[in-house]
Design a protein around this ligand. Structure first.
Ligand SMILES: Cc1ncc(C[n+]2csc(CCOP(=O)(O)OP(=O)(O)O)c2C)c(N)n1
Ligand SMILES: [Mg+2]
Length: 1012
């Protein structure tokens, strides 16, 4: 039976051009196979077949314009039934859900009716602290205890919830609280006990503490300028040790490994453990913060500097939490797309309580809950202090964080009190102890730990007679020993165990600790702890005694490291524990296989002229990506990332074609379901549609761009954004990406100060290339024509994903439509495109006066038009150079210059700029749609006179024409400035320039655009 394949609903578009036939008569096609590509002036989309069978005839050809309902093909259907389109699965499940909802509604209606009938006129009074009937309260509490005892916590929780719901329906104003009392979430009887040897673990921990502090002190004794931190790790040692000994599984050939984001300032502790494990030696510890010579230890976690050790750069506060969330999300993405196995791997992130003030730290916690990231565990080390003083002197950071995380939907585990408190809390029959705990603010908690036991007795327990009585049998020493949860390995173990087993939501462990724990009077809990990097003999001796480090006084004074014998129980234990967990941590390894770059001919369509057809480079890019999705090696590895701008960039065709990743699939039938580019969410979707969230999108990009090491699978992330909201907005993340050795593409679309016309000052980017140039391993290009883009992109694929170079690409694309010429025949053209410049055109008719014109991005086209005017109206010859990257040219120039200066006796090298321009005639004039500084970058690498034009100043909304005139980069200004340059160089008379200035109505008295 013959079937007709018609143009489906393509939204608001009509008469859309067919640009590609993907099938021919006689081909066998399957349902959903793409058959034709159509392209509007905004985007190109493939039309999939709605039938399977053999193509009988094709009714359209390339260049035809089609609209909805037009006949594309006739297909002899291979399956009669296929013509009856089955109800899509999603639709079917929606119908089922709707049906069951209807049933439930019926039941609910009857229940509600009953409730109304049963409603009694009881008034529920919320009494807060003023208990009007303590006996009744007692009754309720006893009933609750009985339920907990008989049926467990879950049942009690259910009943309480029901009570609250009931009260709410009866009209009670339920005060909403996100906080639980200031005690541990896990009661002592529910704590799972560690099977570790606590004595030996304590000894190991003490040695790690000592060596970490010694490392910082020794470095600063030698060079006081080096700095470092002791207090941060001192407060976090137990949190790390329990994880290292019992929970964190390393990557090996059987398991992908847990991913740990260590808090940046705790690096000394991580090195100190690696020392005991035999991964680092004393010499290396002595090179802490002295990295210039190979083999030093970086101040903080920096994969760039220690590429076999650190995995995640975290020290710029706030980036760690965000990156960890998106890492966990990306891990689920890879699993749901079937690219890695689900092995129950976890992402752990260690954060400071002060760090939680960064907007980035809390900014993405909603996403973590929404996406049910039960592979994610945050540990917030609440030592109550940041750099200058208390985090929340007048409040309680733990309670505040509990509220934020619980409100966002996280599983919250508070680890506030250590085991010594257990019996006190159990004996707190009147509730006064918990009352004081709730009432005491962090400033007081901090001050108490800076003092002593008698102070705590007076200021804390002394608040109520009941609590004073509670500790009456304890000595001041006993009171001083009452420990905080984060320093108690039992409490920490129980919390980690619970967090690891939690399902359906991310977990945050909020652990209370003491900053500078064990550092004594000069360091423990005092406001200056953070920056303490020197300990005097007295403090060192105290520290040794506090943690029973087996060193003599003499050794302490020499600040010697201590490592027990290889055969000692401690060393055996520490190694065995890591062996059981798969190997050492942190460790950065890479076993991913390269991706073969697609054959050159996949880009051939971009090397021919587009003829009359005009398109933007953004559209050329999307076309190219559509093509790449047909390459079987590359296609599954592409990770398109878009922050709510797919339609801006003409990428909506991707929604249907590869789907938008959504961990729950699509629970609704989209409004536009009948359309070709319908909004399709899918559990195995490929596009990461991040919403209006550049920082999140960049975090996703980093996760995908480092997939080769963290998941051993090479991926090709392509993050497309408004160029103004790129480096300027998320510069610190881009820097972290470089440190992480990210590989992938960043596409700054709608680029150029005058090319994005109407959007105005905050949108028009004239500097992103300069920011990009600050990142050493970021390679950036500003191409003008589609073949340049193709050459650059393929080389990026080859270098990053086939040859595994640790670089990433920043490419700007524009939204101005114009026709694109064929790639020049010159065999050096491709090399030039990649090196940064090549000659695109030459006017050589008069052979008298010449100028070299260098242009990039859309301004190259203004240059080309100006050159024509100069030739036709002023008899000036010119050579026009397309500069694809001033940044790359500068890098080459710098390197060559450096070599030449350092090797004065050797044959001098010639920079690429000089190779291109050295033997040319006439002065150079360069222009781009960026600040002059962009093109000025190459000024030192040529001996010729050099002038530049650019878009310095604030952008503003207007037409492209007016903007280019305003910034003086339009063809008229280029002509006038060109003539002026030639006059200045005494190659022509100045009257020509003067005339041109007049002719083009250029106001010489107009202020610089930077001043307007
Ligand atoms: C973005 C950023 N701003 C400032 C700093 C400087 N800084 C380093 S540590 C620190 C205080 C950290 O306090 P907290 O997060 O509580 O960590 P703690 O050392 O107490 O565990 C500050 C301000 C930084 N590293 N990153
Ligand atoms: Mg802190």
């Amino acid at each position: 039976m013959s079937e007709k394949l018609l143009v489906p609903d393509i939204g608001e578009f009509e008469k859309v051009e067919v640009i590609e036939l993907l099938v021919k008569v006689g081909d066998k096609i399957n349902l959903d196979d793409p058959v034709v590509t159509i392209e509007s002036d905004k985007s190109s989309v493939e039309i999939p077949s709605t039938v399977s069978g053999k193509i009988q005839s094709i009714n359209v050809k390339v260049g035809d314009k089609v609209s909805k309902g037009d006949l594309l093909l006739n297909v002899v259907s291979s399956n009669q039934e296929s013509s009856v389109k089955p109800i899509p699965k999603d639709t079917e499940s929606i119908i089922k859900q709707a049906e069951s909802a209807l049933k439930n509604e019926k039941i609910e209606k009857t229940v509600q009716k009953k409730l109304i009938e049963e409603k009694k006129q009881t008034i529920i009074q919320v009494t807060n602290n003023n208990d009007i009937d303590p006996l009744e309260t007692q009754d309720w509490l006893e009933s609750l205890s009985a339920v907990v005892e008989k049926d467990g916590n879950q049942r009690a929780h259910f009943l309480i919830k029901e009570l609250i719901n009931k009260a709410y329906r009866e009209g009670a104003n339920i005060p909403y609280t996100q906080h639980t009392p200031y005690i541990n979430t896990i009661p002592p009887e529910a704590e799972l006990k560690s099977n570790g040897d606590q004595n030996i673990e304590r000894r190991i921990r003490s040695l790690i503490r000592w060596n970490a502090a010694a490392m910082v002190v020794r470095a600063n004794k030698k060079f006081p300028e080096l700095g470092g931190h002791i207090g941060t790790f001192a407060s976090a040692a137990t949190l790390y040790d329990v994880g290292m000994n019992h929970f964190w599984r390393a990557k090996n050939n059987k398991f992908g490994g847990d991913l740990i984001y260590f808090q940046g300032h705790s690096a000394p502790g991580v090195y100190a453990r690696a020392f005991l494990e035999g991964r680092l030696n004393e010499k290396q510890l002595d090179r802490f913060r002295q990295e210039v010579e190979l083999g030093g230890l970086s101040s903080y976690p920096h994969p760039w500097l220690m590429p076999n050790f650190w995995q995640f750069p975290t020290v710029s506060m706030g980036l760690g939490p965000m990156l960890a969330i998106y890492q966990a999300r990306y891990m689920k993405y890879l699993i749901n797309r079937g690219l890695i196995k689900d092995e129950g791997r976890k992402v752990w992130a260690f954060l400071g309580d002060g760090e939680m003030d960064e907007p980035e730290s809390l900014g993405a916690i909603g996403l973590a809950a929404r996406e049910k990231l039960d592979n994610l565990i945050f540990v917030v080390n609440c030592n109550l202090q940041r750099l200058d003083g208390p985090v929340r002197g007048n409040g309680k950071i733990i309670q505040e964080l509990e509220g934020s995380f619980r409100g966002a939907g996280w599983n919250v585990i508070k680890v506030i009190w250590g085991s010594y408190w257990d019996s006190l809390i159990a004996n707190d029959k009147t509730g006064h102890l918990v009352k004081i705990m709730n009432e005491t603010v962090d400033g007081e908690y901090q001050a108490m730990k800076a003092r002593n036991g008698s102070y705590v007795r007076e200021k804390f327990f002394g608040k109520y007679p009941e609590t004073e009585e509670l500790v009456s049998s304890l000595s001041d020493k006993d009171i001083w020993r009452l420990n905080r949860g984060g320093h108690d390995p039992h409490k920490v173990y129980a919390a980690y165990d619970k967090a690891s087993k939690n399902q359906g939501s991310p977990t945050v462990i909020i652990a209370k600790t003491i900053k500078g724990y064990g550092m004594g009077k000069t360091g423990e809990s005092v406001n200056t702890t953070h920056q303490t990097k020197k300990l005097d003999d007295f403090d060192l001796l105290y520290y040794r005694d506090r943690f029973d480090v087996p060193l003599t006084d003499e050794q302490v004074k020499n600040v010697e490291y201590f490592k027990p014998d290889e055969k000692s129980p401690e060393i055996k234990y520490i190694k065995e524990k890591r062996m059981n967990l798969g190997g050492p941590l942190p460790e950065r390894t890479t076993y991913s296989k390269p991706i073969k770059a697609p054959a050159k001919n996949i880009f051939d369509f971009m090397k021919v002229s587009t003829g009359e057809k005009e398109m933007s480079t953004t559209m050329a890019l999307v076309r190219m990506l559509t093509n790449l999705l047909r390459d079987k090696n590359v296609s599954p590895r592409l990770v398109p990332i878009i922050p709510d701008e797919a339609r801006t960039f003409g990428m909506e065709g991707f929604f249907q074609k590869i789907g938008i990743y959504a961990h729950e699939g699509q629970k609704y039938e989209p409004e536009d379901s009948a359309q070709l580019s319908s909004y399709r969410e899918d559990k195995s979707g490929q596009v990461l549609e991040e919403g209006i969230n550049e920082a999140g999108a960049m975090s996703s990009w980093i996760a995908a761009a480092t997939s080769y090491t963290n998941h051993d699978i090479e991926m090709i992330p392509i993050y497309i954004f408004y160029s103004m909201f790129g480096f300027q907005r998320i510069g610190d993340l881009a820097w972290a990406a470089g440190d992480s050795q990210a590989r992938g593409f960043l596409i700054g679309a709608t680029a150029g100060r005058t090319t994005l016309a109407g959007e105005g000052l905050q949108h028009q980017d004239g500097h992103s290339h300069l920011v990009a140039s600050t990142i050493p391993n970021c390679i950036s290009y500003d191409p003008t024509f589609h073949y340049e883009l193709a050459v650059i992109f393929r080389e990026g694929l080859r270098r990053m994903h086939e040859k595994n170079e640790n670089v990433f690409y920043y490419i700007t694309t524009m939204n101005e439509n114009y026709s694109h010429p064929a790639i020049p025949k010159d065999k050096n053209c491709e090399k030039g495109i990649l090196k940064g410049m090549y000659k695109i055109k030459e006017f050589n008719r008069y052979k008298k006066t010449k100028i070299q014109l260098l242009g990039s991005g859309t301004i190259l086209r203004e240059m080309m038009k100006a050159a024509e005017i100069l030739q036709n109206e002023y008899k000036i010859d010119s050579e026009i150079w397309s500069v694809t990257s001033f940044n790359e040219l500068r890098r080459d120039g710098m390197e060559v210059e450096r070599y030449n200066l350092l090797n004065p006796d050797k044959e001098q090298k010639i920079s690429f700029v000089e190779q291109c321009l050295g033997k040319t005639e006439g002065p150079i004039m360069a222009a781009s749609d960026y600040m002059r500084m962009n093109s000025d970058q190459i000024r030192p690498y040529t001996n010729k006179s050099f002038y530049s034009l650019g878009t310095d100043g604030y952008g503003r909304s207007d037409t492209r024409k007016n903007l280019r005139k305003f910034f003086e980069v339009d063809k008229e200004h280029i002509v006038a400035y060109g003539l002026s340059v030639l006059a200045k160089e005494q190659l022509i008379a100045s009257k020509y320039a003067k005339e041109a200035i007049k002719k083009y109505n250029i106001d010489g008295s107009k202020p610089m655009p930077t001043k307007i």
